[in-house]
Design a protein around this ligand. Structure first.
Ligand code: NAD
Length: 273
């Protein structure tokens, strides 16, 4: 077990990607703090981890509210003594382009992705420094933060910002022995999310690709060089690696778990090759 005795705080624990990451971290021995604005997603994620024989707690928190963030971290500290691993994954999807995006929706979306990660990083980093814990932080990006996706301006802009936030904070915290990395998922196979939602007994709305504007590939796996889409457990295993001592010399790095999507030569269509 690579994370035995560690405490991991994960934000945005729906049954899809962050729930999958939380479960993989717990399977490697970490105690889990499951944080979400939606009570049932925090609660059921923690309950599922406990049902597998690990330790977990749930906290309802809006990641954009500093008082709630501070309270969440202090509740986690009371229960588990501190935080060793922070995974910032809370996000809001809102598929609008620059011509259609109302400013209040732009503010809310970029606030959740960027300010949420900023607040948790700031207060968890202070705690790690106070407790002299050589912890680590993982920010969840997206291939939309690496490429220019039409009709998704708030999301792609915030995710690209989060990637450079990662590098910048990695430099600030390196002297304290705190590592800061990011992990890039891409369009994700929905089966695991649906299976996890059923196992948790919660509703989880259908995957994002279906909501997007026309002009995208009808079958996303045809654009992925590995010709299949990753699942949340693939991201979870990558998060375990980044969080563990196996990655002790890795900081300021973005680990792409994207089936090769960002490296793809733009004229090449893998599904037609
Ligand atoms: N699904 C994909 O195809 C995909 C692809 C690349 C990257 N990602 C990233 O992976 C992460 C998880 O994605 P997902 O598909 O599981 O999304 P999801 O919508 O299923 O989960 C996001 C979670 O964030 C929570 N949340 C939203 N606003 C919040 C707030 N203010 N405070 C606290 N929690 C809040 C939601 O309640 C939800 O549980 C996100 O960072 C997303 O950007 C997803």
């Amino acid at each position: 077990m690579k994370l035995e005795g560690k405490t991991a705080l994960v934000t945005g624990t729906s049954p899809n990607i962050m729930g999958g990451i939380a479960e993989e971290l717990a399977r490697e021995g970490a105690n889990l703090v499951c944080v979400d604005i939606r009570e049932e997603y925090a609660e059921k994620c923690a309950a599922a981890i406990i049902a597998e024989g690990h330790d977990a707690m749930d906290v309802v928190c809006d990641v954009t509210d500093e008082d709630q963030v501070v309270a969440a971290i202090s509740t986690a500290t009371e229960r588990f003594g501190g935080v060793d691993i922070l995974v910032n994954g809370a996000a809001l999807f809102n598929f609008k382009g620059v011509l259609d995006m109302p400013v209040d929706e732009w503010r809310r979306q970029t606030d959740i992705i960027l300010t949420g990660a900023f607040l948790f990083t700031k207060h968890v980093a202070h705690l790690m420094i106070r407790q002299d814990r050589k912890g680590n932080i993982i920010n969840i990006i997206s291939t939309a933060g690496h490429q220019g996706e039409p009709g998704n301006v708030g999301y792609g802009t915030a995710k690209a910002g989060l990637m450079n936030f990662t590098r910048s904070v990695a430099m600030e915290l390196s002297g304290y022995g705190i590592r800061v990395n990011s992990l890039t998922p891409t369009a994700t196979n929905p089966s695991e999310g649906q299976e996890r939602a059923a196992r948790w007994g919660v509703d989880w709305p259908r995957p994002r690709l279906g909501q997007r504007a026309a002009g995208l590939l009808p079958d996303a796996s045809r654009g992925a060089p590995l010709l299949k889409l990753p699942s949340p457990s693939h991201y979870g295993k990558a998060a375990v690696f980044l969080a563990s001592d196996d990655a002790e010399m890795i900081t300021g790095f973005d680990l792409r778990v994207d089936a090769g999507a960002v490296s793809r030569y733009w004229i090449w269509s893998p599904g037609d090759a």
